[in-house]
Design a protein around this ligand. Sequence first.
Ligand code: R5P
Length: 312
Amino acid sequence: MPQAPIFQASRATQPTQPMLLCFNEELSSATRLAQAANLTMSRVERHRFPDGEIKLSLPDTLPPQVVIFRTLNDPNEKLIELLLLAQTARTLGATHLTLVAPYLAYMRQDIAFHPGEAISQRIVGQFLAGLFDALITVDPHLHRVASLQEAVPVAHAVVLSGAPLLSDWIAARRQHPLLIGPDEESAQWVAKAAERHGFDHAVCRKHRHGDRAVDVALPDMSVAGRQVVLLDDVASTGHTVARAAQLLLGAGAASVDVAVTHALFADDALQVMQNAGVGEVWSTDCIAHPSNVVSMTNAFAAALTQSHASPA
Ligand code: R5P
């Protein structure tokens, strides 16, 4: 039997204009998005109890269409917040919930690589699909599945890409660059970025032994004298691009820069890359970081405008 909310305050008249909800850490990106997409905006207040539990507070009345902006790096606590937030939003008047998650976590573990491993992509995907009607994200790490909806079975799923914008950034700064993907999985993003400006491109082969231990083999081509840009969806510890950069410089590349959609950059990742000889590091603003050079705001606004015109 459906449960009624335990506490029902008398509510103000329900607003009609779609509203964007955000957390304090993402206030500036969310404000830019709300302005670009013509959404009202409100901040979710969070209280952390001494024992670590959290309490969220939302506006007491929500419009039917609500957008939640939350990038999912460092995801574990954020997933609990999304659970509390989405379920509360529905009791406060929201009937169509869109999650804008610039970075979508847990997409890399898409199979059990060893017997007994949790297939996190499927589990987290189903969890999010149970909370939201629509999802907009950027370059999710979909390798063995063909579409975002296979991983996150929401009614309406939109995949944006940072690769074309990173390609424009590179084109304005490097002469005839050679785009290299540090592993086979990067081929989709490298091809997309290369196609936009007719750049030469190729991918390495990678074998991972552990979180910070990878072997990389360069593609069979000359890189001598080339301005190389290593391009990928994500760098985490930085060891993948660092190893590729060392090999490229050893093979005579004139320079090696790095362009990634998602600057996860755990711990000393930036230092690891720089120690390997990487020059510039460029990223989109999907995860806030000093390396951000490309903004996804307009792409999110366009996707939202479209989905609000025809909610699934
Ligand atoms: C996975 O295949 C991704 O595309 C990245 O190559 C990977 O996550 C990079 O990890 P790390 O920076 O820790 O080597």
